[in-house]
Design a protein. Structure first.
Length: 500
């Protein structure tokens, strides 16, 4: 039986009224399991209106009230993490253990939001002049919006709305229409935790919904995670409409392996980081740069490990990697492998013909490994977003860093070495926002911010951590003077205020 996913507006489910619907498939079978309502402009406006109405009281709520709700939400998420993971697996396809990991990383930001009382502490300078004090405070923006991708349908929304709401804003979320159920369950749990109606709203849809959020005059800020072309569009359009924007784009994350590295550890890391979640991660390692004479040995170690990965349905506990999100995406990923040899690549592993018995209509692709990849090959230049690892060769450390820095992307990168001096040089010289030293996927913990450089980020603020708090608030400075009761009026003074 096909399930229906509607909108969440004003603290309750609201049936879609536009007449437009999208299909959600089970990636393991290719079967349509869910119909999701696509919002019209009027439905987006209704969600924003609910958020605006709720903002009038929520922005003035006490920090104690906000944290009480947040702690209850955190407890409910913890209790329902298996259920949320099952929703992710059913619509995204990732294996259950990976889905549980996604929920856990989202919980980190909820826990950060639970500590908002310290994050929002202001500053005070007393006696800057005679009986004059200056205070700096941060206040919420009002109504803010989030537009999130399919690859992390629970985690990325939780990178946004818990912190925004803890800061006193109200929120309108437009999750991916490919896997919408997890976000709806999060909203239900937040309501159960005591979140007032209208503080969190969800509308599903396509470009109609997105464009209305970008232009709506009552939305103060927009957060986005997705591909670079869309991130650039989000940033340009929302900024033109006077909004604050953080738009995180795509990536081509490199792993530089020096000749002194532990090659077994490097191969383990490369396989884990390239093929985890079927490569559908913006922090996946998609390009290994082998320095010096280690290339052949490293590639062989990667191949040995990659061939042992068990691919199957996400709800099968023996599966280590699941299918891709849609057939269209699967075919696009496969095209980079089938065209690789003609562009000068050595195809070590070709997973394009892979299928799973009994699940032949699923969106399957196997592990692919390309070696000696030229820098102008499509498989290297583009963000593939699938289980395809490219290996490039460099003669020296300097050549490897130059190759990485020439990429238009600057999301994450890693170096594998035993040399502390080389690692320190790398972290200072490489042009990327997140750097790992013998850590292949350097995603920051919740209290440090996540974000890249160059074409991987549009806007000034990274997401969550201190940057997230600053993005969802704005500063105000208050200068106060209370005359002593015994003082006579100072009289008129047309000069500059005196600070000494």
């Amino acid at each position: 039986m096909t399930k229906t996913v509607n909108h969440w507006i004003g603290g309750k489910t609201v049936e879609g009224a536009s007449g437009n619907w999208g299909n959600v498939t089970d990636p393991a079978t290719g079967t349509v399991t869910t119909k999701v309502a696509f919002a019209s402009v009027d439905e987006v406006d209704a969600a924003v209106a609910a958020a605006k109405a709720a903002s009038q009281t929520w922005r003035h709520s006490s920090l104690a009230q906000r944290t009480t709700v947040m702690f209850k939400f955190r407890a409910l998420l913890d209790a329902h993490r298996d259920e949320i993971a099952e929703l992710i697996t059913a619509e995204h396809g990732k294996v259950h253990s990976d889905a549980l990991g996604e929920v856990a990383r989202g919980l980190e930001i909820v826990e950060l939001a639970c500590g908002i009382t310290t994050q929002l502490k202001g500053e005070l300078s007393t006696q800057v002049s005679s009986r004059v004090d200056v205070a700096a405070i941060r206040q919420p923006l009002g109504v803010v919006a989030g537009i999130t991708p399919f690859n992390f349908p629970a985690m990325v929304p939780m990178w946004m709305f818990p912190l925004a709401i803890a800061c006193g804003n109200t929120f309108v979320l437009k999750p991916s229409e490919k896997d919408p159920s997890a976000s709806m369950r999060l909203a239900e749990l937040f309501a159960e935790a005591g979140l007032p109606d209208g503080v969190l709203n969800i509308v599903h849809g396509d470009k109609v919904a997105v464009d209305r959020l970008l232009e709506h005059p009552d939305i103060a800020a927009v957060s986005f995670v997705g591909s670079t072309p869309i991130a650039r569009y989000i940033h340009t359009t929302a900024s033109a409409n006077g909004k604050r924007v953080q738009a995180l784009g795509g990536a081509k994350n490199h792993m530089l392996v020096l000749p002194d590295a532990d090659l077994d550890a490097a191969a383990d890391a490369a396989v884990s980081a390239a093929y985890g979640s079927a490569g559908e991660r913006c922090m996946a390692i998609s390009a290994v740069v082998a320095v010096g004479a280690i290339g052949d040995e490293l590639v062989e170690k990667i191949r040995e490990r990659a061939e042992k990965i068990k691919i199957g349905p996400g709800d099968d506990p023996t599966s280590e990697m699941g299918p891709l999100i849609t057939k269209v995406h699967r075919d696009k990923v496969a095209s980079y492998v089938t065209g690789a040899a003609a562009q000068g690549c050595d195809v070590v592993l070709d997973g394009t013909g892979f299928t799973v018995d009994g699940y032949e209509d699923g969106h399957w692709i196997g592990i692919s490994l390309l070696d000696k990849v030229p820098a102008d090959a499509d498989a290297y230049r583009d963000e593939i977003f699938g289980p395809v690892l490219t290996v490039l060769r460099a003669d020296t450390y300097e050549e490897g860093v130059e190759l990485i820095n020439a990429s238009p992307f600057g999301n994450g990168t890693a170096i594998f070495t035993r040399d502390g001096g080389a690692a320190r040089r790398f972290q200072m010289e490489v042009e990327a926002g997140m750097v790992g030293v013998n850590v292949p996927i350097p995603v920051p913990v919740g209290y440090h911010s996540f974000g890249g450089w160059k074409d991987s980020l549009f806007g000034d603020h990274h997401i969550y951590g201190n940057d997230g708090v600053h993005f969802y608030t704005r500063g105000k400075v208050v200068t106060t003077r209370w005359p002593d009761p015994s003082e006579s009026p100072a009289g008129v003074d047309l000069g500059f205020p005196r600070n000494h």
